[in-house]
Ligand binder design. Structure first.
Ligand code: ACO
Length: 325
């Protein structure tokens, strides 16, 4: 049976680097604290005026080239993001315009750090049902635009970037199983309180720094480990596989200690885990997208390998996906 697979990959990271030493000059923190507590050494940030669609378009062009497709071959563009250029139009429409992908329908998905996995699963459904042939899925964020650079508990964590894949029917390999989950009862653990219909922008929301990420990191930590471990195990079980079959594990890159604890919990060798958190920090939906792209470029993923994507984020939402490469 033909499956849906990834036929092209691409990424774009802004050039500007913000190191832990740079952060030491901005807030009361240290390189040592950030590395030991998170595994992050540096992150990339956009230049002033650069927006999420700018990163998404560059990643998309590389993915299309890798897939050897023309933009007119695309019938669907989904962008996973929680930092769109603006409330509307969607980032995916801006990408469509830049690519001149006039045959594509477009929408964005808001599933925070699990957004890229959610978007892959949604695109897969359109292709499996025969509605569309080729889909472009992008995870793109400018988290620096919603980061409170005065709050040391969050500003050391986040960065900007984009990763993209092209999905199509494949004769060999492809997506074997998927699993998505959510629990909205814990929505208050991680949010941007203002800027939506509940608290539109006002002097009050700005004075109270309500347009920035608010996170109860310590509580999230334990939940992230439990949920990411369960999600990977459920997706593998659905695929009829076990951890021993995994060649490359691509987790959401929120915290190195979370990733190590998840690997330990499910009995996965650390050398199977792909990491880029030290270079980029947490780029939400772009974390799994760029990590997948770089693992392929570095030949950590080869034809026939079993790859697991595993992500967790604000909502709460989570998702895992088993792919034969
Ligand atoms: N530098 C120095 N000290 C700091 C810093 C900092 N940057 N930040 C916090 N501290 C201090 C705190 O004030 C606290 O001090 P105290 O003990 O005197 O009160 C101490 O360090 C410990 O703080 P904790 O918050 O308990 O530190 P923890 O070990 O939990 O690490 C972190 C914090 C990195 C945020 C961690 O909890 C984490 O990674 N949580 C999960 C994040 C996550 O998974 N998010 C979901 C995905 S993200 C998304 O969807 C966008």
């Amino acid at each position: 049976m033909e499956r849906v697979g990834i036929i092209g990959i691409g990424e774009y990271l802004p050039k500007r680097v913000l190191t832990n030493q740079d952060l030491e000059k901005m807030v009361d923190t240290s390189d040592e604290w950030i590395i030991t507590r998170t595994g992050i050494k540096e992150r990339r940030l956009v230049e002033k005026g650069e927006a999420t669609s700018d990163l998404a378009i560059r990643a998309a062009k590389e993915a299309l080239q890798d897939a050897k497709l023309k933009s007119q071959d695309l019938e669907l563009i989904i962008v996973a993001t929680v930092t769109p250029d603006m409330q509307f139009p969607s980032v995916s429409c801006l990408v469509q315009s830049a690519l001149e992908a006039r045959n594509a329908s477009c929408f964005d998905i808001s599933a925070a750090c699990a957004g890229f996995v959610y978007a892959i699963v949604v695109a897969q459904q359109f292709i499996v049902t025969g509605i569309y042939k080729n889909a472009l899925v992008i995870g793109a964020e400018v988290l620096s635009s919603v980061t409170d650079w005065q709050d040391r508990s969050t500003c050391v964590l986040f960065g900007d970037g984009a990763g993209a894949v092209v999905l199509s029917r494949v004769k060999r390999g492809g997506i074997i199983s998927v699993y998505l989950g959510a629990d909205g009862t814990m929505a208050d653990l991680l949010m941007i309180p203002a800027g939506g219909s509940r608290s539109p922008a006002s002097f009050y929301t700005i004075e109270n720094r309500m347009h920035y990420i608010k996170m109860r990191g310590n509580e999230l930590f334990k939940i992230a480990v439990k949920i990411m471990a369960e999600a990977a195990q459920i997706a593998l079980k659905k695929a009829g596989l076990s951890c021993k079959d995994v060649d490359c594990f691509i987790p959401h890159q929120a915290n190195l200690r979370i990733i190590s604890a998840v690997a330990k919990k499910i009995g996965l060798d650390e050398d199977k885990v792909y990491l880029n958190i030290h270079k980029y920090g947490n780029i939400s939906s772009a974390s799994t997208a760029t990590a997948l792209c770089e693992a392929v470029k570095e030949k950590r993923i080869k034809k026939g390998d079993i790859v697991v994507l595993d992500a967790f984020g604000a909502g709460l939402v989570w998702g895992a996906c088993v792919i034969e490469w």
